[in-house]
Write a protein that binds this ligand. Structure first.
Ligand SMILES: [Zn+2]
Length: 375
């Protein structure tokens, strides 16, 4: 088992069963948050033809375990069958079909950015008889395909199929962790904050914590209050590990000073602040963390793209390489022959060097993408 899977098991996000990684309660909450937000977006944009496949039933029978055990609270990570959202539409003319397809790509891109908080790579696939648009997220293990939109033709006319794939969870898991545990963005975290009392027996501590819980719940926020007998240090370590965005600690000093200790999961810093100010500004802390996570992922994405000057056909181990190619058949053929790579024509064209093969100055940019190998 690799370290990421081990960590996901440790935090009750997922478990291993018969060689499969399966989601547990906590992981399912994250998954459900993603699903409901995607549904909301699709409905808002008039995408009505949404199908849900019954992947969890298949998993249950495949592993021979009782269905009741799996059906509600265990789901497979990475099953394209399960987390597939299909959007289909027919058109008589090609132009409206292309328009629909581009709208789907735009929608999926926005959902990934706003909800899943990861920067994307998108464009048209080069080798495909159908017109296919591709959206992926770069990780240190390769690019993970998140969505695809395909334009086909049959007897009814032009046919657009768009898919959202389950790899989103893989992407989140790979991106959002450090040596202490997972870092969940506020948009998908099952709990936004946890309140931990420091020495609950001391006068006023429990009351102060409960007052704060009440105020935050009244704002409609999902917050936990941990009253268990474990030490506050142990509790802190646990919530750090499972990725609760804000960890709040309250001790006797805070009862007297009407303050609290705030720990933000992203930058791992403690600050003591006034309770009222915190309650008023909690959304700002959450938004800031959401933005900070995106900026970090964006920097990683930008830094991961190599260009053809440090590229050799068989030795390149980089996740993604930008290469220039002209429109001559001879050069395009050479480009298409590059093995184990997805070739993408990105939407943002900013070609500033010559053809990699013939040195011609009239050329387009392409991304050579290393395929993601599932862990
Ligand atoms: Zn050329």
């Amino acid at each position: 088992m690799n370290s990421l899977n081990k960590m996901l098991c440790e935090i009750s996000f997922a478990t291993r069963l018969n060689g499969e990684v399966l989601l547990l309660d906590y992981g399912s909450s994250v998954f459900d948050n993603i699903l409901s937000m995607i549904d909301e977006k699709l409905i808002l944009t008039n995408h009505k033809k949404i199908k849900t496949s019954k992947g969890d039933c298949q998993i249950a029978s495949k592993n021979g375990a009782p269905k009741s055990l799996f059906f509600d609270y265990i789901r497979k990570v990475g099953s394209t069958k399960y987390f597939s959202r299909e959007v289909e539409a027919y058109f008589k003319e090609i132009q409206p079909a292309r328009h629909e397809q581009l709208q789907n790509v735009e929608l999926f891109s926005r959902v990934i950015k706003e909800i899943i908080n990861l920067p994307i790579i998108s464009g048209k696939l080069l080798i495909n008889k159908d017109e296919t648009y591709y959206i992926g997220v770069i990780t240190s293990k390769g690019i993970i395909e998140i969505a695809r939109s395909i334009l086909k033709k049959d007897e009814n006319g032009y046919y657009v199929r768009s898919y959202f794939l389950s790899k989103i969870l893989d992407a989140i898991a790979i991106y959002s962790n450090d040596e202490e545990g997972v870092i969940l963005s506020p948009a998908i975290a099952p709990y936004l904050a946890v309140i931990i009392p420091i020495n609950i027996a001391q006068k006023g501590v429990n009351k102060k914590c409960k007052e704060l819980l009440d105020k935050l719940e009244k704002k409609g926020l999902k917050v936990l209050y941990d009253e268990t007998s474990e030490t506050h240090t142990k509790k802190h370590e646990y919530y750090l590990k499972i990725g609760v965005p804000l960890i709040i600690e309250i001790g006797i000093k805070d009862v007297e000073g009407n303050s609290l200790n705030l720990f933000v999961r992203f930058n791992k810093e403690f600050i003591r602040i006034d309770t009222k100010l915190f309650v008023d500004d909690i959304e700002l802390y959450l938004t800031k963390m959401q933005n900070d996570l995106y900026k970090k992922a964006l920097t990683f994405t930008v830094n991961s793209i190599r260009n053809s000057s440090d590229f050799t056909n068989d030795k390149c181990v980089n996740v993604i390489t930008k290469i220039q190619c002209c429109d001559k058949e001879k050069c395009l053929e050479k480009l298409k022959k590059m093995k184990d790579r997805v070739i993408l024509v990105p939407f943002n064209q900013n070609s500033n060097s010559n053809c990699y093969f013939c040195n011609s100055s009239e050329c387009d940019s392409y991304y050579l993408i290393k395929k993601y190998k599932s862990v």
